[in-house]
Design a protein around this ligand. Sequence first.
Ligand code: PGA
Length: 252
Amino acid sequence: MRRKIVAGNWKMNGSKDLVQQLVGVICDRAVGLDDAAEVVVIPPAPYVPLVQQQSDGKLALGVQNVSEWQSGAYTGEVSADMAKDLGCGFVLVGHSERRQLFGESDDVAARKVERVLESGLTAVLCVGETLEQREAGEAEQVVAEQVRRGLAGVAGDQWEGVVVAYEPVWAIGTGKTATAEDAQAMHAEIRSVLKAMDAPAEEISVLYGGSVKADNAAALFSEPDIDGGLIGGASLKADEFISICRSFPAGN
Ligand code: PGA
């Protein structure tokens, strides 16, 4: 059975006050329910200890980025080992904002995936096409290449630490979501790319991200190859996020 996961990516938002407002209610209303998913909160790195404290260890935690290097003179960077040391289980790699605003290439993403897996954490590799690429009919090819290159260094038993998040760039923060059918088609394509890489494709969770909200989550999560979501804006609103966490079909 693949893991069902809902991960809230707070991006560069939040404060100590927000942690206090959100974390307790999320724990009370979205964690440990039957048929619900693993709930992961991915705040800005400095807030990780506070989220952990507020959640009493009940929430899984992640960071939004780590360094491609292990340790040393890299001012401003945070390592995968540090994320682990803080109690994180997940690391986002290659989010489209990292690719677009910070020039992260597939090769950098691949090195980060390697660091994350070496540290024993789960790497959530984010992939997705731009609107121009979709309109040019290149979406599948672009996403397949990002998956192949970003996961090029993953070996045998490391695949259990890999999650893929399909996030079409045109859907992130725009209020436009891929239809459940289009998202399902891309998720199936991602799974076939993983298969061709000799990965245990049926066991790897593939999440959808891009304007997931309480009112579209259930349709997305009922598709057979969509194993949960990576949630940006809606993860900052308790009611929205909790109802997204509860949007999996019963018996899943
Ligand atoms: P969004 O962001 O839900 O605000 O579209 C998703 C993401 O960037 O992970």
